[in-house]
Design a protein around this ligand. Structure first.
Ligand SMILES: O=C(O)C(=O)Cc1ccccc1
Length: 318
């Protein structure tokens, strides 16, 4: 009996940067499940119609992707199983015959707009922005608009992945569009939680934590849970809890794996002292750089220290 090909959801339609990220890690026979937004892609993993979702989480220009960070707090827990980086450059594309000077409005994903604003300001200072659900959704709509419907579309060009322009047979009006040519977006593969795998020595762990309300030093106390155990943070972002002003959760990436003692000790400390804690996965970091473990915080140091305590308890040590 052959096992059915796995279904992976992602921010669609075809031709998004999300799809480029998915292609880096998905099996060749993957069944694609393009979704209209990030919450839907994640819900398809929760309701088991997909085994994994690939969604953007962090952008080198715009920072965290709120649609992803906020969804991972709500609903049934999911965990990150892998991270991928996609270098992002855009093309300005339109229907055949559209020239730069014809463009009065441009549609794309808000993160794409944020990365091209400067270019548009310089080359099309009068052009207005129409928000799109992804970079390829407006590209597909533009391609599908027939001449009669064309008038109904309120934009003449899109900023999209060169792959989307090709897929939807759009003409490239300008290539290599980006305010920062080195911009990179980090995408993650998200799955339902299962038994946590083994560390590779070059891992990252993502978590969400909420601080005790209205307590002086609460942020410092939370950060100390990491610093005293030699756990390095690579990202920390605050997101409003939503129920009242002034309440925040922190979305954090740290170096290391939850199977490592010093990371576990930090989690135990957070669990003891914070009202909300969610583990969002330990996974190999994309640069494969081995984590530097400060002296006194290796697994061996913890084991030796624990056996010393056991000796004390048994009366073997003075
Ligand atoms: O819309 C896309 O193509 C996405 O994958 C989301 C996105 C948009 C802009 C920059 C990076 C990712």
């Amino acid at each position: 009996m052959t096992t059915p090909a796995p279904t992976w959801s992602f921010l669609g339609p075809g031709g998004t940067f999300c799809e480029s990220a998915l292609r880096q890690v998905a099996p060749r026979d993957v069944v694609l499940d393009p979704c209209q937004d990030v919450p839907t892609a994640l819900d398809h993993v929760r309701d088991r119609s997909a085994v994994a979702a690939v969604v953007p989480i962090e952008n080198s220009v715009e920072g965290g992707v709120n649609a992803t960070l906020d969804n991972l707090v709500a609903g049934a827990p999911l965990v990150i199983a892998a991270e991928m980086a996609v270098p992002i450059t855009f093309v300005l594309a339109g229907r055949r015959g559209t020239r730069l000077e014809d463009v009065r409005a441009i549609s794309t994903h808000p993160h794409a707009w944020a990365q091209c604003r400067g270019w548009v300001h310089q080359h099309l200072p009068e052009a207005v922005y129409i928000e799109g659900t992804s970079t390829s959704a407006p590209a597909r709509a533009l391609a599908e608009a027939d001449d009669a419907a064309d008038a109904a579309l309120d934009y003449q060009a899109v900023l999209c992945n060169p792959l989307a322009a090709e897929q939807y047979h759009l003409n490239i009006i300008a290539g290599g569009v980006a305010d920062n040519p080195d911009a990179v977006t980090r995408f993650v593969k998200v799955c339902r939680p299962g038994r946590v795998g083994e560390p590779t020595g070059a891992d990252k762990t993502t978590l969400l934590v909420q601080l005790p309300h209205n307590r002086a030093g609460a942020l410092l106390d939370m950060l100390e849970q990491f610093s005293v155990r030699g756990v390095n943070l690579t990202r920390i972002e605050s997101r409003p809890v939503g129920d009242s002003l002034g309440r925040y959760r922190f979305s954090i990436d740290v170096e290391g794996h939850i199977r490592e003692e010093r990371v576990q000790a930090a989690f135990i400390g957070l669990h003891r002292t914070c009202p909300f804690l969610r583990f969002l996965g330990s996974y190999p970091r994309l640069d494969s750089l081995p984590v530097v473990v400060p002296a006194g915080t290796s697994d061996k140091d913890f084991v030796v220290a624990r056996s010393w305590v056991a000796d004390v308890l048994d009366g073997r040590t003075l």
